[in-house]
Design a protein around this ligand. Structure first.
Ligand code: ZN
Length: 379
């Protein structure tokens, strides 16, 4: 099992008496109301999912991540983890981070408040300034300044998917208990179709365990709802996977759709969970046509020191001549023989009330989706 990114699992979760004391002190602290998405980022930092980060990024981290895709100590890191603030907040203050006036989620020592360039942030992370890109649009709506500083978690954000929420401390114990020495991580924001299943099982053939880790949180309209993704995976795994070799747990964060940069970020997170390998498919974390189809695989060449091994997969299709799943390296037949797994196509079929063929999607998964009047995130 690889060491966490940076060598040590960060633990910034206040416990026992210390937590009680900080909760009491937090009552007198200035409050900073944050979104639920940012509360989950605080959870991710505190539980070591973002090791070695111990807080929201100060300016030096922010700038080297943006320009070098690395932290100031040269460790790979590609996505800025930032807290945007408007209004009154002073450097040197300790503030309580709350979500809509509830109990504080965390306290933060505000080391630094700094201005930044929104357009530079969007252009470097997303490779475009087109506001039709969901990440760019979000960046343009951020407050004017960023606050950097260490945090300490006092409470969990409200979690509708608690039974699927595991911390790296927990997954590392679990992998060890199962006797897994090599674990392959799979990132998803989709319901599973047979193309995904084939990629996962091809990888699993060579390793001890499979860690299926869907991103749960804010997504763009037209993406599948979190509940639908989890129920679909549960149905799939119950019927087609061995408990001894596959685990499902969620990663609470917002999809950024940052393509190549997000692929590296996703790999680092799975390394922290204890994965030795990470699956990178076609157009990983992409959206629309903003990134070349295999750019998210090529970027790994810049990071020989990542500490988790990427596994690159071509897209799979069903070939009627081969009578099985195949890809362009294994099947010699004409594309007319192929049934492909375009997520868009499956989505359209579901919307129009047509069952996707069994070559594309398991009947148990279709049954789950049929229970929803609308399995998609609305605009
Ligand atoms: Zn074929």
């Amino acid at each position: 099992m690889p060491l966490p990114h940076g060598g040590k699992l960060v633990d910034k979760v206040a416990k026992g008496e210390r937590r009680e004391r900080l909760l009491a002190e937090a009552k007198a602290m200035p409050k900073l109301c944050i979104s639920l998405e940012l509360a989950w980022e605080a959870f991710n930092i505190a539980n070591g999912i973002y090791s070695p980060l111990e807080g929201f990024m100060p300016q030096e981290d922010y700038l080297t991540v943006l320009h070098e895709k690395r932290l100031p100590n040269d460790l790979p890191w590609t996505i800025p983890i930032i807290l945007d603030v408007g209004g009154e907040l002073d450097e040197g203050e300790t503030v309580a981070l709350t979500v809509e006036g509830e109990e504080p989620i965390a306290i933060m020592q505000v080391e630094e408040i700094y201005r930044y360039d929104r357009e530079e942030l969007a252009e470097l992370v997303y490779g475009t300034l087109d506001v039709n890109h969901p990440g760019v649009r979000k960046t343009m709506e951020l407050e004017d300044k960023l606050a950097g500083g260490e945090i300490e978690l006092l409470n969990m954000p409200e979690d509708p998917h608690q039974r699927y929420t595991l911390t790296p401390l927990e997954t590392r114990v679990l992998f060890k208990e199962k006797g897994w020495k090599t674990v392959v991580g799979f990132q998803t924001r989709n319901i599973p179709h047979l193309g995904h299943e084939y990629v996962q099982k091809t990888a699993l053939t060579f390793f001890d365990g499979l860690f299926i880790n869907p991103v749960i949180g804010k997504k763009k309209p037209g993406d599948f709802k979190d509940e639908a993704i989890l129920e679909a995976y549960e149905a799939l795994m119950k019927n087609y996977y061995l408990k001894e070799h596959a685990i499902l747990a969620v990663f609470h964060t917002e999809m950024r759709y940052a393509g190549p940069r997000e692929a590296i970020f996703h790999a680092i997170i799975r390394k922290n969970f204890g994965c030795s390998h990470f699956i990178v498919g076609r157009d990983h974390a992409g959206v629309g046509n903003y990134y070349p189809p295999y750019a998210a695989q090529e970027i790994f060449e810049e990071f020989p020191d990542l500490g988790i091994t990427p596994l690159f997969f071509k897209s799979f299709f069903y070939c009627k001549k081969c009578s099985c799943m195949a890809n362009e390296k294994t099947c010699p037949h004409d594309t007319r023989e192929h049934i492909d797994f375009s997520g868009t196509k499956i989505r359209e079929m579901l919307k129009s009330g047509t069952d996707p063929p069994r070559e594309l999607i398991r009947p148990e998964v279709i049954e789950v989706l049929k229970r929803y009047s609308n399995p998609f995130v609305e605009g």
